[in-house]
Ligand binder design. Sequence first.
Ligand code: F6P
Length: 594
Amino acid sequence: MAIADSPAWNKYQEQEQEPEHVSRKAISDSLAWKQLQQHMSEIKKTHLRELMKDEQRCKSMIKEVDGIVVDYSRQRATLETVEKLLSLAEEAKLSEKINAMWSGKHINATEDRAVLHVALRAPRDAEIMCDGKNVVPEVWGTLDKIKDFSERVRSGKWIGATGKVLTDVVAIGIGGSFLGPLFVHNALETEPACEELAKGRSLRFLSNVDPVDASIALKGLDPETTLVVVVSKTFTTAETMLNARTCRAWITSKLGVDAVSKHMVAVSTNLKLVEEFGIDPKNAFAFWDWVGGRYSVTSAVGVLPLSLQYGFDKVEEFLKGTWSMDEHFRNTPLKSNIPVLLGLLSVWNVTFLGCPARAILPYSQALQKLAPHIQQVSMESNGKGVAIDGSPLPFEAGEIEFGEPGTNGQHSFYQLIHQGRVVPCDFIGAVKSQKSVYMVGEKVSNHDELMSNFFAQADALANGKSSEDLKAEGVPASLVPHKVFTGNRPSLSILLPNVDAFTVGQLLSLYENRIAVQGFIWNVNSFDQWGVELGKSLASRVRSQLNAARTKEAAVEGFNYSTTFLLQHYLKGKTPVQSSNLVNLFPSEIFPAA
Ligand code: F6P
């Protein structure tokens, strides 16, 4: 069904009275937008090197929130730019949109849903209303159930079908049901307190339907000591369900069908399908349609696997970190609100300065999966071509996200960032490392060495190096143009006190809310994802064709020349599947029984 024909969409379009958070006017027609466009020519004349000399300006662009320092003085912006961006926020009804989100309005209009992932981390006594009901007690109902279940598994009270303690967890899921939990797990697994809590246990993820991923995830594990958590909001995602059936076969072939109730649990909004799959609904952990997949890491999606690995109390610290930043976002005036300011500056970079990409560069190996997670949060949220009312956007929204931990990235793509395209960078570092290494005789500790690069890179990008400097250094004339750094390249520095459960929560919420701000300004629906549907439905046609070709030797038909050619070439290399002699086939290292 086309979105325009859906009842939710009609309801949205037919609203007689425009809700105060809805703006139907293109934001690019606003006065604030036009003033920013004019202001752009001023900024383009000013080099960052000059802006950085103004200490008053720099001072006002460094903010601290609950222990995290955020320095946006290396953005190509003056105080006037920030003022103008705040006027844009007013025109875009940013405060009204933030309020509408927090008060449970169905701001995800194309799916007729509220957007309340913030309620997932609210304290027990908070009240967050959705459709006339306070949702916080339900959230805590699930959290209590997770705490109880994870403690029973960790303490050995919940045992497998053959009486063994379940020490290994495989979390199956993809997209939002995978990337957030992976990011947080990676961030915590080297943190000393978390290491202690996870002793003797393992947590692995299975996301890709590529059988190689299953063989990696299951390699060396024994079904007798493994708990599989199937994580899927819809419980229909093709890749996840095939991986879930694969793991179910892996368990039942050794332990029998009855073992499923002890070795498989689920996280989903679709408890009916969970039951149909064969998982006891008592062993299902619910969440709600007002939690978008990519915003679901603070629901049972992340909290269950992480609690199994680290214990619920540690994961609660992570939830408290997210809530601390959520509260700042909810309660702080726009002019000193960090997610708001960073969101506005990203709009400035993307839409006005014409820099469509952002590099996420954590100088912390523990944050190595931040960029892949933010890729989904940002690009699935704001990668849209129409405004919330369906009208085509007269400008390009969305941001291309990529990144790697520093210093690894420096030896890879920084060349382009320094002398090629202008890519605004987020530098993220920590005052204290999770691991101290210092060797007598070395100039600095290993962490100081890492952080020397964190501090240096931002200035290198901002200041650059001129031909005059190079000539003064005696660089041969023929090399001067190759060695010039134009500078004037914006970046942002985020300094955490350390990388632990609380600060990881703060960082996550900072990005989630900042990305929401960007979407609110661009006036897109940051909470739907229709763009992923077409590929899924075309894959289903190909799936039917592959089945027919391999089981009945049916000819490839109904595709264009290119796809027909590629499918025929692919099928030539595959063996036909005869229905009379079918057997399960698994790599021997994961399925010795097969
Ligand atoms: O294909 C995109 C998507 O719908 C994401 O939005 C979501 O995070 C992912 O698939 C997984 O969906 P589910 O949790 O329903 O399996």
